[in-house]
Design a protein around this ligand. Structure first.
Ligand code: ADP
Ligand code: GN1
Ligand code: MG
Length: 360
C-alpha cells in the first residue's frame, strides 16, 4: 500500500516522511488516504482527484486555492486563534501548483487537521454548531467577485438537468435494469414538476445564486474534541449555487436516523431534533443575508436535495454504476430506496418543518 504512493509524496517535498499510507473516509468520488508520519501521528491527507468527474482539474484546484486563501484572510483579519486548524492548507508540488499530474492521475496533498474528527451521525448540539458554521462559510465567501469561481461541474445541482439525465438513462436502459425499478421511476416522475421550483424562480428573477459549498454532507465538517466546529472540508464543489442546496444536503445526511445506504428502509426517517437545531444554527448566521423567500423555502431544500439524490442514485443504477463508487452489488439501488424513504418522511414532516422555520 505504501510504496506505490511514495513517489507522489516526494513531488510535494515529503521525502521519507511516511510510515504508513492508508485509505480514509467514506467519500463516493475521490480516493482519500491518510499519511501517517514516523512518529505515528497522522500528518497529511493524500487524495487522488477523480478526473473523470472533475474534468478540469486546473479550474478545480484554482477554485480551492481562491477559497482557502479567502477564508484564511478573513480568519486572520478577525484575529481568530488557531487558524491552521480552521482552514485547509494544500501543499505545493515542485512546479508550484497545488496538485501533481503523474501522467495518469491527479494528486493533491493537504495538512491533516490535528485533533479533529468528522461524524456520520451527530447530536442536536453538534448540528446547531454545523448550521452556524455552514452559514458563516457562505457569508465569508459572499464577497468573492462574480466570475472568479468557476463551476467545477456545470449544472451540478440543477434539478431540470438531473431529470434530463435520468430520462436519458431510462430511455437507454443501458444495464437492462429498468423493469425492476418501474415503481421508483413512477415516483420520481410524479414529483418531477414540483421539484423544479428553483430553476423556475431563477428564470423569473426571484432567486439568485450565491457561493455555496454544494456538498454539505455531515462528514464534510470537522469538529474538535469539545464539539466545536473547526473546519469545513471537501471543497471540490464550492461554486455558485442556491442556498437551499447547502441547507438541504446537511438535512439529508445529518438528520437521517438511518444511513444513506441503509439496507433497512424502516430505520430511515428525518430526525426533527437535528433538523430544528441545524435550522436554528444556520439562521443565526445566515439570516442577515437570506431573502424571506430563501428562508421560507428551507424545508423545500431538504426535500429537494433528497429527491435529487434519489434521482442521481437511480440514474447511476440504470446506467450500470458508472459514477458513484459502489461497495456491493445493487448498492445504488439500495441507496435509491433509502433516499426515497427519507423523502417520504420529509414530505410527511413538511408542515411541522415550515411551522418551525416561521417560528424562528
Ligand atoms: P471525499 O471526497 O472522499 O468525501 P473528503 O475530503 O471529504 O473526501 O475526506 C474524507 C474524510 O477524511 C472526511 O470526512 C474527514 O473525516 C477526513 N479528512 C479529510 N480531510 C481532512 C483533514 N484535512 N484533516 C482531518 N481529516 C480530514
Ligand atoms: C458525492 O464525494 P462525496 O462522497 O462527498 C457527490 C455528492 C453527493 C454525494 C452522495 C462530486 O459526494 O454530490 O451528494 O456523493 N459528489 C459529487 O453521498 O458528485
Ligand atoms: Mg467528503
Amino acid at each position: 500500500m505504501k510504496s506505490e504512493y511514495l513517489h507522489i509524496l516526494n513531488r510535494f517535498g515529503l521525502d521519507n516522511q511516511a510510515k504508513e499510507i492508508v485509505p480514509f473516509g467514506n467519500g463516493h468520488i475521490n480516493d482519500t488516504l491518510k499519511v501517517v508520519g514516523s512518529d505515528g501521528e497522522s500528518r497529511y491527507i493524500l487524495q487522488r482527484i477523480n478526473h473523470l468527474i472533475f474534468t478540469q482539474v486546473d479550474i478545480l484546484q484554482n477554485n480551492i486555492r481562491v477559497v482557502t486563501a479567502h477564508i484564511r484572510r478573513k480568519l486572520e483579519e478577525r484575529g481568530e486563534p488557531d487558524v491552521d486548524r480552521k482552514v485547509l492548507t494544500f501543499l505545493a508540488a515542485e512546479d508550484g501548483k497545488n496538485y501533481y499530474y503523474d501522467g495518469e492521475n491527479y494528486w493533491r496533498v493537504c495538512l491533516m487537521i490535528p485533533r479533529s474528527r468528522s461524524f456520520e451521525r451527530i447530536t442536536p448540539e453538534l448540528s446547531y454548531q454545523a448550521g452556524k458554521a455552514f452559514g458563516e462559510f457562505q457569508q465569508m465567501l459572499s464577497d468573492i467577485p462574480e466570475g472568479v469561481l468557476q463551476e467545477t461541474i456545470p449544472d451540478f445541482h440543477n434539478m431540470e438537468f438531473r431529470l434530463r439525465q435520468f430520462r436519458e438513462a431510462v430511455a437507454l436502459n443501458a444495464a437492462g435494469r429498468l423493469s425492476g425499478v418501474q415503481d421508483l421511476v413512477t415516483e420520481v416522475e410524479n414529483r418531477a414538476e414540483s421539484m423544479c421550483i428553483q430553476e423556475r424562480l431563477r428564470r423569473e428573477g426571484k432567486l439568485r445564486k450565491r457561493i455555496n459549498h454544494c456538498d454539505t454532507k455531515v462528514n464534510n465538517i470537522l469538529f474538535d474534541e469539545e464539539g466545536r466546529v473547526l473546519c469545513v472540508i471537501d471543497l471540490d464543489t464550492v461554486m455558485p449555487g442556491f442556498v437551499l442546496s447547502d441547507f438541504g444536503d446537511f438535512i439529508r445526511t445529518g438528520a437521517n436516523t438511518g444511513s444513506e445506504d441503509d439496507e433497512d428502509p424502516d430505520r430511515v426517517r428525518v430526525d426533527m431534533d437535528i433538523f430544528r437545531a441545524y435550522a436554528k444554527g444556520y439562521l443565526a448566521s445566515a439570516r442577515s443575508f437570506l431573502t424571506p423567500l430563501e428562508v421560507s423555502l428551507l424545508p423545500y431544500g431538504a426535500r429537494l436535495l433528497t429527491y435529487m439524490q434519489t434521482v442521481r442514485f437511480l440514474t447511476d443504477y440504470l446506467n450500470g454504476d458508472t459514477y458513484y463508487k459502489i461497495h456491493k452489488p445493487n448498492h445504488n439501488l439500495i441507496r435509491t430506496k433509502a433516499q426515497f424513504r427519507l423523502l417520504l418522511s420529509l414530505e410527511a414532516a413538511r408542515e411541522e418543518m415550515e411551522g418551525f422555520i416561521r417560528s424562528l
